[in-house]
Design a protein around this ligand. Sequence first.
Ligand code: PMP
Length: 400
Amino acid sequence: MPDPRDFTPLISQRTRRGASDAIRDILAAAASPGVLSLAGGLPAAETFPRAAVRDAVDRTLSHSGTAALQYAPTEGVGRMRECAAELAGRSGAPTTAANVLITSGSQQGLSLVAGAFIEEDDVVALDDPSYLGAVQTFRAAGARLLPVPCDRDGMDTDVLEARLAAGVRCKLVYVVPHFHNPTGAMLSPARRRHLADLADRYGFLIVEDDPYADLAFDGIRHPSLELSHAGVIRLMSLSKTLCPGFRVAALVAPARLTAVLAGAKQHTDLQTNTFGQHVVAELLGTPGFLAPHLAGLRSFYRDRANRFAEVLAERTPWLEFEKPRGGLFVWCALAAPNADSARLARAALDAGVAVVPGAPFCVESDGTRRLRLSYAALTAERMRDAAGRLDIAYARTHLV
Ligand code: PMP
């Protein structure tokens, strides 16, 4: 007799395919008291513009109190869509609110795209390694993943071209063009053009997921792929530049595509949080707020990244890495040939530091010796402690 309390057989294929608990347990342990975390992708809470948010909340309640507490259109609150169009226009083609869909985080943008365009066995090409949230979403949708190797200049578009020329047909290519999670890579201008050219030739969509563009330490931001190709869906998260708690992000695409995605959103959650949209629009529209806020953010993370690189060089000389140029992550390699980052991550937790092993991000490539470290959350002193603990864990697992 089947156990009536066992609901496992009832779980859909979609949900089973998308599940991954590889990192969940580490992140849960990272939140335990006494554990220093180099694991999460959480932005530094000190960077959240609390005073400006408080003022924006007050103004929202005074000026648009009832509208801000009411249902809103699926596409998003008008002011928020206009703000997002303006932001998008800074690094892409001039655009209007008609091209914008406000989503509940970029993660929802990914899931709407997967739901609207991917059918069982459709091919999605992506960097290998890639952002785990995207890998899970496309897997859940039933996509066949086409892993494309990447280096510090991002996806190797020559390899993609060779696969396309050999007859592989992909419906969608997913890229994180600035400071990739987990590799920190930047898609080079030449490869951006090449990718756009391939999209024109082979007729696939490009999903440009770009949460870290404003975190370039040199302040230089490359233009969006959308400038050279029409079939681009841009995902513009505000989680790293304002704060993740509002769950307000923008998806920018040709109006025909945003209409399709809005249709999909309607039966998902009707709309993104109205109050959050009003407050974020108020905040972004505050004269003199955004540019100094972003400049402060860049200098904050630049400082953290520099300190972290120094600490790692001093305390964990067995780790190979490139100094970050932006974003929140360092993608490290363990130098020892017998090294195993999953084993190290377990030992690190015992030593009181959380780190994320590389394998869960990898589709086909070998992540056994890889480690993703984030410098976002810790002060210089705590980074030093964290690296010391990691060194102890390494000695326990790989030297003895
Ligand atoms: N894409 C990438 C590449 C990310 O790193 C993240 C967050 N870690 C997201 C999307 C999700 O962003 P949001 O908070 O806007 O859902």
